[in-house]
Write a protein that binds this ligand. Structure first.
Ligand SMILES: Cc1ncc(COP(=O)(O)O)c(C=O)c1O
Length: 434
């Protein structure tokens, strides 16, 4: 090329959740049946979308209007319904004008960071969902700035560290929460959220809260959305239907602006987001059109609660088994459908290995391991080759300083799920002892 055409932050785009699929597929082709515990798609894992939800979609497919563009911000009826639901929950009150639809929340995430001044940084959790951490790092062309979620304190954030970093780094302009969290299943307690709001107020920052799992909570902790506690601080709430309906293939999510008018700089930033969406014309119309029907249907919340009860049961099974291994730090998830297991300091070495029976897979994994530097990724490749179970390492997959892995709670068959967990536990013990 005559000029360098590569975007300066481009090597920061990493999405191991899908990258590991290519390796697992090769292992599968070599004859090792793979159990996919890597991707957060309930439908792919066999959950059935209820017929009554599908019927609303069928009705929308038959409506000629579904084939048209929608307003850039999103269909008014969908935004009216979301604002209505938000407002009856209490906390900050919004109007349909404060809502902006996207082609999935992944689209919203990249737009949020792309429109941010490259010198303005967002501090986010460690471990972190990689679409946030990669997009933030790419927009600044600089490593992602983190606050620690502490696995030895129930994954609670280290607020002292957060404040120290905010004080020391004047470019930090916002705080990200993922609540409930991916990959840990952690739910921010209300008093912790209030302290984060206080920090944002004290240092003149805005808050982003990714709440795509907000209706998927099942722990004993009280769950509140950012809107309930934000008071006068500028913020953005993010939601979508990928996990809730679940309909990830719809590519439909939205953001909610809080206190847009309270800060002129924040108002200009939100206007830039709205203008960017206008350049793209609009987001997918059809899924937006069914949102008010599905969410206002009296069957909706009982249906979501039933799914949550099933996730809780599986979280308990997994917690029971993993907690018996003293070399691990294990926390019960309270929301979303993931769990992250940590290997305590010093447990992993680069000499440990599992026996891989399939010779071709053994050679393939051995070649990969020869270049592998992350200790938890070494474990996940060993696990894949020897058991076919595909989980995501935390260091390379979720920007984590702790070694561990994330698995999902999505397997619909509870007995099969328990067997998978038992196999992982056996593999961990054998790996540590090797
Ligand atoms: C925390 C979080 N935010 C956003 C997304 C992206 O969701 P969408 O399917 O709406 O793009 C995901 C998907 O796994 C997620 O876990």
């Amino acid at each position: 090329m005559r000029n360098n055409i590569v975007y300066r932050g481009s090597e920061k785009f990493v999405y191991e959740i899908r990258e590991i699929v290519a390796i697992a597929q090769k292992v599968q082709e070599m004859g090792v049946p793979v159990i996919w515990e890597n991707i957060g798609d309930p439908v792919e894992k066999g959950e059935q979308v209820p017929d009554w939800i599908k019927q609303y979609v069928i009705d929308a497919v038959s409506d000629n209007q579904s084939y048209s563009y929608s307003p850039s911000k999103g269909l008014l009826k969908a935004r009216e319904y979301i604002a209505y639901e938000r407002n009856i929950e209490g906390g900050i009150q919004i109007t349909p004008d404060d809502i902006l639809f996207f082609n999935g929340l992944g689209d919203a995430i990249s737009m949020i960071y792309r429109n941010l001044n490259s010198k303005a940084r967002i501090i986010g959790p460690n471990p972190a969902y990689p679409t946030h951490s990669s997009s933030e790092a790419a927009h600044a062309d600089s490593p992602y700035i983190t606050y620690t979620l502490n696995p030895y304190n129930g994954w609670r954030p280290d607020l002292e560290e957060m404040e120290q970093k905010i004080k020391a780094n004047l470019s930090i302009s916002g705080i990200l929460m993922i609540n409930p969290d991916n990959p840990t299943g952690f739910v921010y307690e209300v008093d912790v959220m209030k302290q984060i709001v206080d920090l944002a107020r004290k240092y003149n920052l805005f808050i982003i809260s990714d709440e795509i799992y907000s209706n998927l909570t099942y722990g004993d902790l009280e769950y509140k959305k950012l809107a309930a506690v934000i008071e006068d601080v500028p913020g953005i709430g993010m939601r979508g239907i990928s996990k809730e309906f679940p309909w990830p293939g719809a590519r439909c999510g939205w953001i909610e602006f809080y206190n847009r008018e309270k800060d002129e700089n924040f108002r200009r930033y939100t206007q830039a987001l709205i203008n960017s969406k206008m350049l793209e014309v609009c987001s997918t119309s059809l899924p937006q059109s069914v949102i008010p029907f599905v969410m206002s249907d009296p069957r909706y919340y009982p249906y979501v609660e039933k799914r949550c009860r099933a996730y809780k049961k599986k979280a308990e099974i997994a917690h029971h088994h993993f907690s018996k291994i003293p070399e691990l730090a294990v926390n019960m998830p309270h929301g979303a459908f993931y769990m992250s297991i940590i290997f305590k300091e010093g447990v992993l070495t680069n000499r440990q290995a599992l026996f891989i029976e399939n010779e071709e897979a053994r050679n393939f994994i051995t070649d990969i391991l020869a270049k592998e530097k992350f200790l938890d990724r070494r474990f996940t490749y060993n696990l894949l080759g020897s058991t076919g179970i595909c989980v995501i390492p935390l260091t390379s997959g979720f920007n984590s300083s702790y070694h561990g892995f994330r698995l999902t709670l999505l397997e619909p068959d509870e007995l099969k799920f328990a067997k998978i967990i038992e196999r992982i536990c056996q593999a961990i013990k054998a790996y540590i002892a090797s």
